[in-house]
Design a protein around this ligand. Structure first.
Ligand code: CO
Length: 296
């Protein structure tokens, strides 16, 4: 990894590390999820970076891919298990981190369990370890009361690409792909009191440009010009100014035509509570002081 790339990762890591603290402070009962997400995203912008994706605020049996809308009505309740997933990019180099909060403390055991699994998983990532070995090891670290979510994975990061190359499951998958020095990877176990399998729920207000195809219609074209500014990274309608009824219809068409991909919320198939923890690592660099989302 060249020094310039490393510096971009460190910068992104520092900013999401601060954003994570802010997220924890923001996650108070009675707060609208939009306020939580936007306060965190604003911190990233105030530090001169851009969010790498909309802050995810998925609750209870939802594991991932929910972000508030402009007219969000959901309020954080004291017993909620809220996953806050945050990403920032510096020149397209991404740091990705996530935490789970439960204001009342009722589900603290679940949260501590996933944080412990993440800690062990991070210690296991070394050059030469295969993804298959990693998954098998992580799976073993999950306490018996819980299931690892088998179809949600960590991932490689690359410039302007949040999910690059192979996936990094938290269960054994037989992959012989080896971690190597300089790989940027997001390690993110999810554990649940439910089935350990997520299924598609409602649309989560997260989108991504999928094809550069020309589109018909004035509003569609204008919307697409705005969408291209996100450079292929995930975005939300909250980030599009003057997003009203006409734009909503245009977006629906862009999704139908396959120009834009719409992400559904992913939730446990048995509606069990889900907890997540995530950090980003530069494999084998900086003598092991290489978790860029904790190191500052
Ligand atoms: Co991630």
């Amino acid at each position: 990894m060249d020094e310039e790339t490393r510096q971009h990762y460190l910068k992104a890591g520092k900013v999401v590390q601060e954003a994570r603290k802010i997220a924890r402070e923001q996650a108070e009962p009675g707060k609208n999820l939009k306020e939580i997400a936007e306060t965190v995203e604003q911190h990233v912008r105030d530090e001169g970076l851009k969010p790498a994706f909309p802050v995810n605020t998925s609750i209870n049996d939802e594991a991932a891919h929910y972000t508030p809308s402009t007219d969000e009505e959901r309020i954080l309740e004291e017993h909620d298990v809220l996953k806050i997933d945050i990403g920032a990019q510096s020149n397209g180099f991404i740091a990705d981190t996530a935490l789970t909060v439960n204001p009342s403390g009722k589900h603290q055991e679940l949260i501590e369990a996933v944080e412990d699994v993440l800690q062990k998983a991070l210690e296991y990532v070394e050059p030469g370890v295969t993804i298959g070995e990693f998954g098998a090891y992580v799976q073993e670290q999950v306490p018996e009361d819980y299931e690892p979510v088998m179809n949600l994975t960590g991932h490689y990061l690359d410039q302007h690409t949040q999910h690059a190359g192979v996936s990094i499951p938290n269960v054994e998958n037989g992959s012989n792909h080896k971690f190597k020095e300089g790989d940027a990877v997001a390690i993110e176990p999810f554990i649940t009191e439910g089935s350990g399998k997520v299924v598609h729920g409602k649309p989560g207000n997260i989108y991504m440009l999928e094809s550069e195809r020309n589109v018909r219609g004035r509003t569609e074209r204008k919307l697409l010009r705005n969408i291209k500014k996100f450079k292929g990274l995930p975005f939300t309608t909250r980030w599009i100014s003057n997003y009203g009824g006409r734009e909503k219809m245009a977006m629906r068409k862009l999704v139908q035509n396959g120009v834009v991909k719409s992400y559904d919320v992913l939730k446990d198939s048995q509606e069990g509570l889900v907890a997540q923890a995530e950090h980003t690592v530069l494999v084998g660099v900086d003598d092991g002081n290489n978790i860029i989302t904790t190191k500052n």
